[in-house]
Design a protein around this ligand. Structure first.
Ligand code: PLP
Length: 450
């Protein structure tokens, strides 16, 4: 058991099992945050750290905005919880309406969950239920993509394509899942700015999967418009359009997992808007409440909802046997209303859009540095692939993270990739600072040898 004596800081770390974290390494190199305000965290060493990933992509408004705090406090005093089944509060209906109004036309029903993982599993269930009520019960297969991250539910890891997240759990995977290839190919697109021009043809792989199994067995394709967690893999020009065409042709539902890309990250409400491709469902979470209280959900094409409801049997019968104790919870609902108010009043989507060229220019200015294999960017997000330390995958990026912290910024690492996604409230010079810190941190980390 790890005890406080193992910790350089004398903290008792024996009980907490950190998620998606090398626990042993953390105990030796703890990174303890103490407070957050605006676009900054403050750690236990007294350092002020620019929040280079908006929390975990979830806090685009920065931290401790008093308008969100006031909304939560008011809601707590009015009604802290409302049973999610058989009852609802008006604010939950109006939030669903608001979210639907932000979504592409035709996606006008919203099912609330607590997280992105639950949103994904919910969307997969809706797809299966829809085909079944439409008399197509044979449509059960799902298609995901290599390197995709769709959370950690059983559905999400099955359609996901990040190998480490799957390999220990193969016995739990849902059956009948295929994966499209991912679209990152450094020999064709290294250091592309924005969307790569090469790679739209990779969408044709979907036709091959359809031909292999027959369209009548396939329920849905699920894709992140930009693959975020695996390192900001940007879709080639025309790729998503082609995927949409093939799905439509074969009556396969298209689900966009917009847990990261939803609510402004790409300089539009949703990736669907930015790319001009309308899916049949959108999953969301994270930014909707600015990360203050968990909330996720699925935005669904109206006729999918109508079909499931119409097939629900007698009027007093439940039509869709699915939901969470905290679906539509009044507290995150209040937070989300406040966040969407701020999006409108502070014009945040446009602010994110205006920062995109700043991020693009300052991140690509790192091209040519020793140890940098690729730089990618889209919307207010970017990634840098690093040369690994020989025989020690992930160590280079860990050292970059630590050097960034020393120099005053937080970034996210995934393998030997460093990912950034600053808050929408950032000033241009703060985005430039983040990228220059990252460049210096790469220089520091390149001094490590196996
Ligand atoms: C695209 C995508 N889907 C799903 C998830 C899972 O969300 P959560 O961690 O809220 O379950 C994430 C989390 O990063 C994500 O990026």
């Amino acid at each position: 058991m790890t005890t406080s004596s193992n910790s350089p800081k004398g903290i008792d770390m024996s009980a907490y099992w950190l998620p998606f974290t090398p626990n042993r390494y953390f105990h030796q190199h703890p990174k303890m945050m103490q407070s957050a305000k605006g676009a900054y965290y403050f750690d236990d060493q007294g350092r002020k750290l620019f929040d280079g990933l908006s929390g975990l992509w979830c806090s685009p408004l920065g931290h401790a905005d008093p308008r969100i705090g006031a909304a939560i406090t008011k809601q707590y005093e009015t009604m802290d919880y409302c049973p999610a089944f058989q009852m609802a509060s008006e604010a939950t209906f109006s939030l669903a309406h608001r979210v639907a109004q932000m979504a592409p036309k035709g996606l006008d029903k919203v099912f609330f969950t607590n997280s992105g993982s639950e949103a994904v599993d919910t969307a997969l269930k809706i797809a299966i239920a829809y085909h079944r009520v439409m008399g197509n019960a044979s449509r059960t297969r799902m298609i995901g993509r290599d390197r995709a991250y769709h959370g950690v539910g059983m559905g999400g890891i099955s359609v996901g394509g990040m190998v480490a997240n799957r390999k220990m759990f193969t016995s739990l995977m849902i059956p009948g899942v295929d994966h499209l290839p991912h679209t990152l190919n450094l020999s064709q697109m290294a250091f592309s700015k924005g969307q790569p021009t090469w790679g739209a043809h990779l969408a044709e792989e979907l036709e091959k999967i359809v031909a292999l199994h027959d369209a009548n067995t396939i329920a849905a394709v699920i894709l992140e418009p930009v693959q975020g967690s695996t390192g900001v893999i940007v879709p080639p020009e025309g790729y998503l359009q082609k995927i949409r065409e093939i799905c439509t042709k074969h009556s396969i539902l298209l689900i966009f997992d917009e847990v990261i890309t939803g609510f402004g990250r790409l300089g539009a409400n949703f990736g669907a808007d930015r790319f001009g491709v309308v899916p049949d469902m959108i999953t969301f979470a994270k930014a909707i409440t600015n990360g203050v209280i968990p909330l996720g959900g699925v935005i669904v094409r109206g006729d999918i909802y109508d079909s499931i409801i119409a097939n629900g049997g007698q009027e007093q019968a439940i039509e869709f046997f699915h939901g969470y104790t905290y679906s539509g919870h009044p507290m995150p609902t209040a937070a989300a209303h406040a966040v969407l108010d701020i999006f409108e009043s502070d014009d945040l989507v446009n602010r994110a859009k205006a920062l995109e060229p700043v991020l693009e220019n300052s991140l690509h200015a790192l091209k040519g540095k020793s140890g940098i294999l690729d730089i990618r960017n889209f919307g207010l997000s970017g990634a840098v692939d690093l040369e690994p330390v020989a025989g020690k995958p992930g160590l280079r990026a860990m050292k970059v993270l630590e050097a960034c912290i020393e120099r005053g910024a937080l970034v996210r690492i995934a393998g030997d990739c460093v990912v950034i996604g600053p808050p929408f409230i950032s000033k241009p010079e703060e985005v430039e600072f983040l990228c220059s810190v990252l460049g210096d941190a790469v220089d520091d980390a390149m001094k490590i040898h196996a």
